[in-house]
Write a protein that binds this ligand. Structure first.
Ligand code: UDX
Length: 446
């Protein structure tokens, strides 16, 4: 089956990156988003998010006509053979997942499929709780279209994209997971990926939609757990003279069964996925009467890293009340301007609660931070301005720009040179002679 014309619903970082990647390989893509402003912006070649390399690819695929945009489901479905649903699945206030956008998209697609003669494949990429493809998407599409599987096709196909590396992860994924109820749907999606990846098709796992949905959640939960594990060990190290979590991480990471990745201790995990998905999985477990204690502890340790950092800061400068604090890094990780659930922002809010005066810097995320922090902090346009007259500098996001920070610079610019490394990017030996502390380091030279 040759599915050549592709629809993508929802142009957030998952949908927009997918649209651009497919279009760059010659697929004819039509992207839909209900946000008019976003569609207008993308049409002009502007990416609503900072994602490395994406603006260049977007410009190319708009120019060669491989990517078009619309707000009409009818136009989109009539014109295409396969549709990827990439709409948001935000958290409700209690942490459970709001499926209304997935339902709306399924309803609109279902309506348009009623008159479609040709086989059409619907692929859900949004992260959804186990059971949703069958109990929500399939049900709604079939009610609206009057069709039954195998008149049309349906798969759940999770994405594992990292922000900042989205394109790279689409072109070279570790694996493709396909959840489907019927063979035709699974084979149609696999054929599609074969034409996309050519000779380099990654390993493929074909299973039920429920397994595929759970794989996505379990994957993120495991990675978050790995980070929380090393952060738990970092708290031990901090209270053990001579211990250093970086060395411990290196040592255990050499065990192939463990691996070194996702063992960087620090302020913990943030972003648009781990926080939402860990609590979402916890709530899903609750909804079917299953407790997930490791996940509970994973979230607890992550939260405790903020108070851990505050305690280190207070110890280093003798209380933060009334102190001028320079915070370097606001994005939830380097390489993005995304501040959703950023640990740095959470830390700043706690510092402000304790009466500190905070000045911030970030190479990409200043604008997005302003929307959250408003006028509660002052904003610096360069590192030097941020450090000026400060009593303490806190490294919160490990942008490469910050790696070159030198003791002399702190001595020259700050009122009282003191550095707290919350992402372990500095060698403590280079800051001998000034106040220095770091997460997971047993011997701060206070
Ligand atoms: C994550 C998953 O990696 C991706 O597969 C999934 O599709 C979406 O969620 P992302 O949120 O972009 O991707 O960021 P990631 O690079 O995984 O980092 C998540 C958070 O963990 C960041 O706040 C990062 O700073 C933190 N982190 C990561 C650590 O604190 N230590 C580490 O060792 C690794």
């Amino acid at each position: 089956m040759h599915l050549e014309r592709v629809a993508v619903v929802g142009l957030g970082y998952v949908g927009l990156s997918l649209s651009c990647a497919l279009a760059s390989k010659g697929f004819k893509v039509i992207g839909l988003d209900k946000d008019y402003e976003k569609v207008r912006m993308i049409e002009k070649g502007l990416t609503p998010i900072y994602e490395e390399g994406l603006d260049k690819v977007l410009g190319e695929v708009l120019d060669n006509g491989n990517l078009k945009l619309t707000q009409s489901y009818e136009e989109m479905i009539n014109w295409t053979d396969i549709c990827f649903i990439c709409v948001g699945t935000p958290s409700r206030p209690d942490g459970s997942i709001d499926l209304s956008y997935v339902e709306d998209a399924s309803r609109m697609i279902g309506k348009c499929l009623r008159n479609k003669k040709k086989y059409y494949l619907v692929v859900v990429r949004s992260t959804i709780p186990p059971g949703t493809t069958v109990n929500v998407v399939k049900k709604v599409i079939e009610e609206e279209s009057g069709k039954r599987l195998t008149d049309y096709g349906l798969c759940f196909n999770p994405e594992f994209l990292r922000e900042g590396k989205a394109l790279q992860d689409i072109f070279n994924p570790d694996r493709i997971v396909i959840g489907c109820l019927d063979e035709t749907s699974g084979e149609a999606l696999l054929d599609f990926y074969k034409s996309f990846h050519g000779d380099n098709v990654p390993p493929v796992l074909v299973t039920t939609p429920t397994n595929a949905e759970l794989i996505k959640y379990a994957n993120n939960a495991f990675l978050a757990m790995k980070i929380s594990f090393i952060n738990m060990i970092s708290q031990l190290c901090q209270n053990l003279p001579g211990a250093d979590v970086k060395v411990v991480a290196e040592g255990i990471g050499m065990d192939k069964r463990i691996g070194r990745e996702f063992l960087d201790a620090g302020l913990g995990w943030g972003g648009s996925c781990f926080p939402k998905d860990t609590i979402g999985l916890l709530k899903f477990g609750e909804s079917i009467g299953v407790r997930l204690p490791i996940l509970e502890a994973t979230i607890e340790v992550n939260d405790s890293q903020i108070s851990n950092a505050i305690a280190l800061a207070e110890k280093l400068v003798g209380g933060v009340y009334g102190k001028n604090i320079a915070v370097l890094g606001l994005a939830f990780k380097p390489g993005t301007d995304d501040v959703r659930e950023s640990r740095s922002i959470r830390l700043i809010e706690k510092l402000l609660e304790r009466g500190a005066r905070v000045r911030v810097h970030d190479p990409k995320a200043l604008e997005k931070s302003r929307e959250v922090l408003k006028n509660k902090v002052s904003y610096a346009s360069c590192i030097e301005e941020c450090l000026q007259n400060a009593d303490l500098c806190i490294l919160a996001t490990e942008w490469s720009e910050y790696k070159g920070l030198k003791r002399e610079m702190l001595e020259k610019l700050m009122k009282h040179p003191a550095l707290l490394d919350c992402r372990r990017i500095y060698d403590p030996r280079e800051f001998k002679g000034i106040k220095f502390a770091a997460i997971g380091l047993g011997e701060p030279s206070i």
